[in-house]
Design a protein around this ligand. Sequence first.
Ligand code: NDP
Length: 246
Amino acid sequence: MTVKGKVVVIAGASSGIGAATAKKLAAHGAKLFIGARREDLLKKQVEDIEADGGEAAYKTVDVTDKSSVADFVKAAHDKYGKIDVMYNNAGVMPNSPLRDLKVEDWERAFQINVMGVLYGIAAALPIMKEQGFGHFIATDSNAGHVINPNAAIYSGTKFALRAIMDALRQEEGPNMIRSTIVSPGNVNTALWKTVGDPELQKKARAREEEIGLDPEDLANAVLYAIDQPENVGIDEILLRPTVQEN
Ligand code: NDP
């Protein structure tokens, strides 16, 4: 086990996949530093981890604000003195057909899903280069592989993320900095709430609740990616509910 004692920073850890992953990693001896906008949920999460004998701290962060992300990562580094893993997980899925011209939703999706991840990289990469080790993880999606109507923007953000994370892997792997994307199909979380269109929201919710993976299934995938010898890089884990076609 290499996860024990690793400092893991998670942006987007107040609910769903991020929250389940924080809990799982803490139970395996990682030191967590978690962030998102909803402070009450972060506080509760830290209390629960500590009650179970784990180590965690939190700071609110808005990933659309690069100085907020920089402050968040700095606070993690100040607290623990190193960052082994920077997990950029925050995301939204504002699905709608392009003809609806929900331009503000498009901007927001790229701000959170793409720029948020880039801000996380900008904040943590200098620290990792100074240390001589590190690991970036981002939550991509099967929508980063498969294109569907109404998901042009979401897929666009997740395709972009896949490109960015693989370039990062190629550039920094030789410097012992790893890059992993975890690409889920449907997961039973509250992500459907970020779908703007009411009809599409209803459909997304039904699908997530009917066939979605448990967030803990994703936590297991992230744990696997982290818990490797340093010469092993897990580039991507793509996992879907068995019954999901694409
Ligand atoms: P949730 O809605 O439960 O989690 C989303 C997380 O992102 C929350 O912690 C939320 O925190 C955070 N977040 C959103 N906006 C911001 C922001 N501006 N600043 C900081 N944090 C933010 O959904 P999931 O757990 O499902 O989503 C996690 C990731 O998984 C996303 O990237 C999503 O695209 C991806 N994914 C999910 C799938 C699914 O079926 N559920 C499938 C494929 C990929 P807060 O609101 O407190 O800020």
